[in-house]
Design a binder for this molecule. Sequence first.
Ligand code: GAL
Length: 660
Amino acid sequence: MRWPAGVDGLCFGGDYNPEQWSPEVWREDVALMRQAGVNLVTVGVFSWSSLEPEPGRYEFGWLDEVLDLLHDNGIKVNLATPTASPPPWFSLAHPEALPVSSDGVRLTHGSRDTYCVCAPAYRKAAAGIATVLADRYAGHPALAMWHVHNEYGSYCYCDLAASAFRRWLQERYGELERLNAAWTTAFWSQGYSAWEQIQPPRKTQYLANPTHALDYRRFLSDELLAAYCEQRDILNERTPFVPVTTNFVFAPWAPVDHARWAEEVDLVALDHYPETADIGAEEQTAFCADLARGWAGGGPWLLMEQASSVLNEGGRMHTKEPGRMARLSLSHIARGSRGAMFFQWRASRGGSEMYHAAMVPHAGPDSRIFREVAELGALLPAIAEIDEGRPDADVAILWDAESWWALQAPILPSPRLDYLAAVRAMHRQFWRAGVGVDFVAPGTDLSRYRLVVVPSLYLTSDASADSLGEYVESGGHALVTYFSGIVDENVQVRLGGYPGAFTSLLGLRVDEFYPLADGEAVGLTGGGEGTIWSESVHLAGAEAITTYAEGPLAGMPAITRHPYGNGQAWYASTQLTDDAFAPLIAQALHEAGQPLPNHPAGVELIRRTSDTTQWLIAINHTNHPADLPANGLDLLTGKPIHTTLTLTPGTTAIIRTPHP
Ligand code: GAL
């Protein structure tokens, strides 16, 4: 990790789009930024047409003035390359660089992200503007970090993308026969006899080939990454001491393999916008923050964008309740973000996102939102020390973008199989219980964890199955859930009984699936129900902990446990409801030697530990006071806590205690 140069403590600020405003407003902006404690702003993300209004004619005067003004006011700049939104002149000059959708429609300019990453003209222009910016601002004292592009993730299915895809496939498979075998092209007469016959997975007559579709997503992730790396290398060459990153987008949609991308950025940066207005927003925040920390290899990362005052629930904007913006920001920081940044600084007067939340809303600084922003900015310096400790996590959840992509194929035994929902449901159990978790990629060394959880990991390589097996064999505990280990990297079923990659680890064999209908639930003997999925589990060494209490599988195992080497492996063959999940998690943790913490419901708990100090971060999401055991100093109030911390509704405490 490389930190923005010259930024002390936690980052606080947001996307700053001065090109939308007059110089008088810029002066008010910097004064307000100082008032709010802003120390870093992202400038220029969508400025290409303001910087280069015509090909080769640059207008840097405004940006020079803005950067000078920010520098004079002690605010550092995360300078963006504007390549996510090429100007209209570019698209007119290079119509072949406009993206084509999977059903063959060439998109028109008029929004943003209207480019094909495989178009040579686009790549050349993107490298060009990055070079010009780096040459001009390399020595500017405000420059603290480079923000390449914005949320890489645009897909295209044009002929240029087709050529690049074929090159990628040749690299991956070498021989066409290998591709034909991997893609199972013998099915439906899809055998390829020349590379030129292969197209992107465009709209076709009926079901598409799942391996073809997965390879296209792998390819696009790699191609977008190559485009990022081209710019990064240009910037590194000119400003070797300035870190370079790009902001990852994570939604119910993961356009790229972030774990792989994380290896190429100096600092993992995440944009996060929860999709619900209820407590799910807090759960999703914890989930995404833990994921980002996982991509950062357990180290610090940065929340690059969030909305100050609203949650967008299916298009309806829900105003965040007083204090909620601070709570969500602190949850991110507690889970490893080195700061809280927003989109955007000042709410736009017009344009497509004119009603989007901002740090300075349309009402101006005399507003609840700005006051809360300034309050948050004021408290961050007092808590920056928590960065010395690493968030505690004795549990790991395996997370894999490729497995998710594979599970989005339209060929599955149930449309209700949903990787993101399954992983979130699992994470939620630990979030509620106040147990810290790390997300790790399959194949990672798991030896530091007491329990490793594998929710619906549909696609599993031999290597990752072996790694989980070795972990359990040497004393680890694993909990695997339904529809894991079913296919290999080529999306081909592992034969001989499901879940093929894990049958010996789990000590069982499944011969038939019994997917459940919408709204259908099946009762379990231990209490609670299963939803979405069920299957006929035949024991082969495992013992049944809970059985199906009704339906066609009545009496057959639903949850099992299998001693394996020095450890044990649990299996849940259905999507457990919370009243079945919670006791299973408690038992699995207990047997792994990690009993549940003393934890009041509705209070989010994060512990961070350094060699000398422990910090307990407690966030009360309920509307009643909550007591929990604690001793130390509350960094937010400056008050000592003896024995019991009483958290009033909606408040957060960060207690520093010497580490025993
Ligand atoms: C982000 C994007 C920003 C802005 C924001 C609105 O995904 O990076 O530019 O569009 O969404 O929520």
